[in-house]
Design a protein around this ligand. Sequence first.
Ligand code: G3I
Length: 358
Amino acid sequence: MSPSSREPPVALRASSAVSAADGMSALCAESFVVGCAVGAVLPDGLTPQEQALLVGQFAALTPENCMKPVSIQPAPGRYDFAEPDALVAFAEQHGMAVNAHCLVWHQQTPDWSFSGDGVRERLVDHIRTVVGRYAGRVATWDVVNEAVAEPGEGLRESPWLAALGPEYLEIAFHAARAADPGAVLYYNDYNIERPAKRERTLRLLRGLLERGVPVQGVGIQGHWVLDQLPFADLEAAIEAYGGLGLEVSLTEVDLDVIDRPDCGADVAVHREYHLDQDLYAEGCPPEILARQAEQYGRLVRILADHADTVARLSFWGLHDGVSWLNDWPGKRTNHPLLFDRACRAKPAMDAIARALQR
Ligand code: G3I
């Protein structure tokens, strides 16, 4: 693990002979932290069974929505800290790290943020207020999310770019560093393992580092589709980002079992998407689960082989029933995660355990 990460809780720095029965975190403990995104209000938004799954399997929490700009500051100067406060308190109570998400994004951000005078001041004020509130209590911050163009060159044409120019990234990273000197600061994006977007991202990060901008980590989101997981690209990406001296985390992993038009992850993009039927409404066929298991195993093996660079693997949801992939790019019953709707471990857990023994 990269030296810039905060140390994982002691219980996670285990141990030798572990099996799937010991849980996901224990399985990977020697290599990297394993986390999970939670959309529910903690603790009562989860059933007791879900809570047990969360604390039994995972060592870190990402707020799926409640720390995004529109949630945490819905109106100018009016902050709503109830859900994030509860999430951070829950994490502390259970010895889990918090991977906070996210400060600067073109989505889930109110229009008033980018309009009129004082955009820069409002951005800095938001970051100072939010990061400052949790300073010392979160391990990492996704400071800027999805700023690289896809398709296209350079930066995404976002309202932040229009309002502040490319400088908005450095403004954000400097403000975050000033508000919490200890949090590891991340740039987070999807498809940045793929060659073209990887090159654009490397160029961006290299430029930031040369100008002394305090970016320390790269989050490869990892919203993949079964049979299309780009293993070779991923390895090359980990090595390339690691080569810049950055730690790498897989921040939002899921493995969609139903094909979709592409591996993007932008809910604002509505592509042609049509399913004649809800293919796996009655359950996921065993042969699909077996392929998913094999691919999850291979993924975790690659990450463990790069444990000097990879700090964390976080899944985007606790179990299949709460995944965003049940709703996007269209409604369907999906099965993308490690645990099924009854909170039972899927075949992927055994495959991961086997892959780590090799
Ligand atoms: O909060 C409202 C609620 O009041 C309303 O009743 C309900 C009706 O649909 O909508 C709720 O808001 C939804 C929100 O999730 C909370 O559930 C939004 O419609 C929905 O668009 C939003 O989706 C989230 C999406 O980001 C927004 O862009 C997903 O849950 C979340 O998983 C997803 O996460 C993103 C990461 O932040 C960045 N990377 C890609 C990833 C997947 O898109």
